[in-house]
Design a protein around this ligand. Structure first.
Ligand code: NAD
Ligand code: TYD
Length: 334
């Protein structure tokens, strides 16, 4: 099988590529990535010479490039990870979110239709449902996104499903909860807090820190996407939850414990605009397909923290330049 992975130089995409190349010894992967601020080829250094792997630098919004790529490479399936992904950045400026997450997806869908791609997986998020204080969202619940990021992801899904309904394009959607693990860009909660603490800096908690997310280890997500790719039903949506709901403050305390820090490292900062209080999804549909999370939160968090401890060069190189400018815009000069 030949897979076109878009956005494969980012966090989940690079973990997924590693997972697939290891698991399927005859699969080929083409990774198309624009290498935005968070795309990083260091994430894939160990496989760059693998004859079953090829990297192409490019934008999913570049119509000619996508057309030529599908014509020449003839992938069997496309898994679209490419996106602008950080909620806070979407609040600062939504333009690139609309361009990549909506217009870019339309270009991928159109080319997939023209070249008769046999499976198109749109990687989406539980954030499309918006916040829920009690209970869990099912795939059939309405979408009520709060941020420009989640609204753009909801739009992308609807567009993808319209290609299924209108043209029979074999679309599948995954909606996962918050991922964590190696290679996550240190602007997201867990890698930001771990790396700040490793630098003896404070960690910025938004509002009261009692917002709840359902944490999913990135390898568990890779296994779920693999299952959807091979066994998922065309036209269907699959929630992928980690079964690990935690308040942000609890996550922070767990990280303190691993790194020998305490609450004096906390800095309470202004809350995020339209901050969703709780995300929670019901994963029984994908469980019926044969998946459940394998990693226990406490163990996978330790693996993750240790990875950042042992790969300081990876994140120290990132925490300069554009990153610092963004960090200062977000939290003020530190
Ligand atoms: P990331 O920000 O780490 O990586 C995104 C990748 O997409 C980067 O390599 C970037 O260079 C690339 N990219 C951005 N714009 C592009 C464009 N126009 N053309 C080609 N490549 C482009 O993101 P991630 O956390 O790995 O998320 C991957 C996908 O999973 C996204 O679609 C995101 O919405 C979804 N998702 C993420 C999470 C999470 O917790 N991280 C949870 C649910 C869903
Ligand atoms: P984040 O990692 O940005 O993921 P998302 O907003 O997509 O769920 O944030 C996770 C939670 O942590 C969210 O409730 C916002 C909060 N948060 C902080 O309190 N401080 C921070 O510096 C960041 C980045 C996030």
């Amino acid at each position: 099988m030949k897979l076109l992975i878009t956005g494969g130089a980012g966090f989940i995409g690079s973990n997924f590529i590693h997972y697939i190349l290891k698991k399927y010894k005859n699969y080929q992967i083409i990774n198309l990535d624009k290498l935005t601020y968070c795309g990083n080829l260091e994430n894939l250094k160990d496989i760059e010479k693998n004859p079953r792997y090829k990297f192409i630098k490019g934008d999913i919004g570049d119509k000619d490039l996508i057309d030529n790529l599908l014509k020449n490479e003839k992938p069997d399936a496309i898994i679209n990870f490419a996106a602008m992904t950080h909620v806070d950045r979407s609040i600062l400026d939504a333009e690139e979110f609309i361009k990549t997450n909506i217009l870019g997806v339309q270009i991928l869908l159109e080319a997939s239709r023209k070249y008769k791609i046999s499976r198109f997986i749109q990687i989406s998020t539980d954030e499309v449902y918006g916040s829920i204080l009690k209970g869990k969202f099912k795939e059939t619940d309405i979408l009520d996104p709060s941020s420009p990021y989640s609204a753009s992801k909801a739009a992308a899904e609807l567009l993808a499903l319209s290609y299924f309904k209108t043209y029979n394009l074999p679309v599948l959607i995954t909606r996962s909860s918050n991922n964590y693990g190696p290679f996550q860009y240190p602007e997201k909660l867990i890698p930001l807090f771990v790396t700040n603490l490793l630098e003896n800096k404070k960690v910025p908690i938004y509002g009261d820190g009692k917002q709840v997310r359902d944490w999913l280890y990135v390898l568990d997500n890779s296994m779920a996407i693999d299952l959807v790719l091979h066994k998922g039903k065309i036209g269907e949506i699959y929630n992928i939850g980690g079964n690990s709901e935690k308040e942000n403050i609890e996550i922070t305390k767990n990280i303190f414990k691993i790194l020998g820090k305490n609450k004096s490292s906390i800095e309470y900062v202004k809350d995020r605009l339209a901050h969703d209080r709780r995300y929670a999804i019901d994963s029984s549909k994908i469980k019926k397909l044969g998946w459940k999370p394998k990693y226990k939160f406490s163990e996978a968090l330790k693996i993750t923290v240790n990875w950042y401890k042992n790969n300081k060069n990876w994140w120290k190189r990132i925490k300069t330049g554009e990153y610092l400018k963004y960090y200062q815009t977000q939290y003020g000069k530190k």
